[in-house]
Design a protein around this ligand. Structure first.
Ligand SMILES: Nc1ncnc2c1ncn2[C@@H]1O[C@H](COP(=O)(O)OP(=O)(O)OP(=O)(O)O)[C@@H](O)[C@H]1O
Ligand SMILES: [Mg+2]
Length: 499
């Protein structure tokens, strides 16, 4: 790709980017949220057609003018997008061959051939997933792997993966990596976008760093240190990844006793919450650790009043018994949840950034039921500034923000409601290294101001770095508790895995 420039209203997404690929390599593209990574890839795979950007795409010296993703696919370029786009009610096999299903001679769909072919294909890739399974019954990680399989089934020469591991377990990530390696050994080339630097170091041959729409450089992965990578990404040194400031812990502000879910046929038993009890103190950051599917997200939903089939459970806020039957009740009592699944539960994609931020605090800007737009805006500006949300204007539709910046908008919404209890489910998922530190500073500010925080994260170093206490979940139960002086990565991991 040569001299690529791309503008959106009010934003220069790519300024003049050159990017080259060598056959057979795994080439990582990294950079801050909004740096232009996904945009560059959408140009390469025809989502933004020729004519809507400046510059050239050359495949082996052939100038390509893709008008659509279909054109790009025909030239051997396949992409797996940042957000999951499988069809939830179809089977795995149908999803893989969607668009070009095997037909019988009479032109009818040949279901037998479809499943035997996709079974063979999944086996070849080393994926232990049933072709007949309905997609929505799979874990998010498995769905993501099916998406990758689907992309590989097109037999592309260039495979683009935009943050493929954000919802994968460690084992699934290993599976993905071997899949990529097999693909590249057979002559394929892979572009790999991720915010997880350890992963990029492990899987890539070369790294290209983008910042603010510009290419900062391309390096051989083996020739560059982690701190150099971080410096290239954020443009400065980061001294402390986990800037924990311990503050004095106060009284218990939130307590849950014996939260359980009823047994249900279609609910995997190990995910069902049973007998969860916990306390949260003023000024405390309480970590929840556990493997994907251990019930962490269910717990968050339970504390926020959106868990189906709750059979028992008592909630206490500041010592008095209370009921939390819906998110509305939770918010009224000063509890907020930053969900892991921002697409489904959080953002209203077609609304402006401002409305998404102010949505839950509108009452504050209302007087005699008249909305004071000026103060609503002022609140919005304060949040954009404080969280460093990269957005051309408050009127920009949230859908047009980069993935990481959407996450920040959601966090901004909750901070604005001034809650006392924050439940943060994977708050740094999809967030760049620099902004992660920014979010940790905000967490520090929140507890210093007297809030309590329940922090769920798959990244153990994050919990070890920031929490006062860590609870370990496994199969819907809390299996253990560690206070900060006893933190040990190894012990927590072993407990989470049930060893
Ligand atoms: N359709 C669009 N309309 C308007 N602006 C857009 C659109 N798509 C992207 N942008 C803007 O272009 C810039 C680059 O966005 P892009 O999605 O490429 O970032 P990214 O590097 O993929 O970030 P992330 O790591 O958060 O996914 C951002 O400022 C974003 O807000
Ligand atoms: Mg992106």
């Amino acid at each position: 790709m040569r001299g690529i420039k791309k503008n959106f209203p009010g934003v220069v997404a790519l300024k003049n980017v050159d990017f080259d690929l060598v056959r057979g390599e795994i080439h990582a593209i990294i950079g801050e949220n909004g740096a232009g990574k996904s945009t560059l890839m959408k140009i390469l795979c025809g989502v933004y057609p020729y004519g809507t950007y400046e510059g050239e795409i050359l495949l082996k010296d052939d100038l390509k003018k893709f008008q659509s993703p279909r054109d790009a696919k025909e030239s051997g370029i396949s992409i797996v997008f940042q957000e999951i786009v499988v069809v939830p009610d179809l089977t795995v096999g149908e999803n893989i061959y969607l668009g070009d299903m095997p037909k019988t001679r009479l032109g009818l769909l040949n279901w037998g051939a479809l499943h035997s072919e996709s079974t063979r294909f999944l086996e070849k890739l080393g994926l232990d997933i049933d072709s007949h399974a309905i997609i929505k019954t799979l874990t998010v990680g498995e769905q993501q792997l099916v998406q990758v399989a689907k992309a590989i089934s097109d037999e592309p020469s260039i495979l683009i993966l935009d943050e493929p591991t954000s919802s994968l377990t460690d084992t699934e990530t290993d599976t993905l990596f071997s899949l990529i390696r097999v693909f590249c050994r057979a002559g394929g080339t892979c572009i790999y976008i991720s915010h997880k630097i350890e992963e990029v170091e492990l899987i890539s041959d070369r790294i290209t760093v983008l910042r603010d729409g510009e290419k900062i450089g391309t390096q051989n992965t083996s020739a560059i240190s982690r701190s150099d990578i971080i410096r290239m990404i954020v443009g400065r040194e980061i001294k402390e990844m986990y800037p924990k400031v311990s503050c004095e812990l106060g009284e218990v502000i939130f307590e849950v006793k014996n939260l359980s879910q009823r047994k249900k046929e279609d609910l995997q038993d190990k995910k069902r919450l049973s007998n969860i009890s916990l306390t949260l103190q003023r000024g405390e950051i309480l970590g929840i650790s556990g493997l994907l599917g251990s019930g962490r997200t269910e717990l968050c939903m339970g504390l926020f009043g959106i868990l189906p089939d709750v059979s028992s459970g008592e909630f206490y806020i500041n010592g008095s018994r209370t009921f939390i039957g819906s998110p509305k009740e939770a918010i009224q009592q000063g509890i907020v949840l930053l969900t892991e699944n921002r697409r489904e539960y959080g953002l209203i994609h077609t609304m402006s950034t401002l409305h998404n931020i102010s949505l839950s605090s509108l009452h504050r800007y209302r007087r005699y039921s008249i909305l004071n737009h000026e103060s609503e805006k002022a609140g919005g500006f304060r949040m954009v500034d404080r969280l460093k949300i990269k957005v051309p204007s408050l009127d920009t539709v949230v859908e047009n923000l980069s993935g990481g910046n959407q996450q920040k908008v959601l966090l901004a919404r909750w901070i604005l409601t001034e809650p006392k209890i924050f439940i943060l489910d994977e708050p740094t998922k999809g967030i760049d290294v620099g902004s992660k530190v920014g979010i940790f500073h905000i967490i520090n500010d929140l507890v210093a101001a007297g809030a309590g925080i329940i922090l769920v994260s798959s990244e153990l170093p994050e919990l070890l770095g920031m929490c006062d206490r860590i609870l370990v979940m496994r199969e819907g139960e809390i299996r253990g508790e560690f206070a900060r002086p006893e933190f040990s990565q190894e012990h927590i991991m072993h407990m989470a895995m049930g060893q």
